[in-house]
Design a protein around this ligand. Structure first.
Ligand code: AMP
Length: 273
């Protein structure tokens, strides 16, 4: 991989990079399309990163379909598909981790305390291997996008980080590799995440500024579904991810909900006109 990147760079070609964990869907494809549009070569990595899963989470059962992903990669015009193994990425004796402080402590960080350390570490490793000019991340994983941007800034990496809009199913559910875990009833319940976000946007449009009130209505939408259990609903500052009480400009509405055994996340920006 490194040699391919060196060759591309020495011939003056730019590299756009899309790191993923595979089980590719329309969200991933939108990132690949953007990487292709704005760079001379698009690199896609598929690596289910063990260090971002806690014991008891779904590392072993995480959906893996490499044959189908290879077809998607070739259909979308990926130039290089990078498929490292866990042993290559984390050989015996691996001891170095990247810890982004502050913004990793709220939202998903409260429920998955080591998650972002694993994410930042693997993303930095992948950046060092692929040496991209630009890297593409989805706003669906808003906190992750912020963590990567912060790491790039703090560690002086010469890589442009591009956040891309969330791609949704026809009924509003954010596309996710984990949606495949849902049975038919759960799939219907899962729409409540995006419905709750729409509720928050409607309320702000109708001049409600109190976070507590908005969160209360969002909770009602989710709690209407028997299969749903809220991890968190937060209205927070889009840069610091600190909770806010009154929305006076822009805010992030973010939530994590368990639908049966499947943990889903989603978010949207709330803007006061
Ligand atoms: P994952 O394979 O889930 O780790 O995701 C790889 C990349 O795709 C991350 O940058 C995600 O934020 C992004 N992504 C996942 N789902 C979506 C979506 N529905 N829309 C846009 N980007 C997404």
């Amino acid at each position: 991989m490194r040699q391919s990147s060196v060759d591309l760079k020495s011939s003056g070609r730019s590299i756009g990079f899309v790191p993923t964990m595979g089980a590719l869907h329309g969200g991933h494809v939108s990132l690949i399309n953007e990487a292709k549009k704005c760079n001379d070569a698009a690199v896609l990595s598929i690596f289910v990163n063990p260090t971002q899963f806690a014991p008891g989470e779904d590392y072993n059962s995480y959906p893996r379909d490499i044959e189908r992903d290879k077809i998607t990669a070739s259909d979308t015009g990926v130039d290089i598909l990078f498929l490292p193994s866990a042993d290559e990425m984390y050989p015996e004796g691996f001891k170095t981790f990247v810890n982004v402080e502050g913004i990793t402590e709220s939202l998903c960080g409260r429920f998955r305390p080591r998650h972002f350390k694993g994410v930042a570490t693997v993303v930095l490793k992948l950046f060092n291997i692929v040496m991209p000019d630009r890297a593409y991340f989805g706003e669906k994983d808003y906190q992750q996008l912020l963590v990567v941007k912060k790491m790039v800034k703090d560690l002086n990496l010469d890589i442009e980080i591009k956040g891309m809009p969330t791609i949704r199913e026809w009924d509003g559910l954010a596309m996710s590799s984990r949606n495949g875990y849902l049975n038919r009833k759960e799939r219907i319940s899962a729409v409540s995440l995006s419905t709750a976000l729409k509720t928050s946007q409607e309320m702000v449009k109708n001049d409600e500024r109190r976070a507590e009130k908005i969160i209360g209505e969002m909770e009602k939408v989710i709690n209407n579904e028997d299969a749903a259990k809220i991890d968190y609903i937060s209205i927070c500052d889009p840069d610091t991810l600190k909770d806010i009480e009154i929305i006076d400009n822009r805010a992030l509405a973010a939530l994590a909900v368990r639908i049966g055994k499947t943990r889903l996340i989603d978010n949207c920006i709330l803007e006061v006109k």
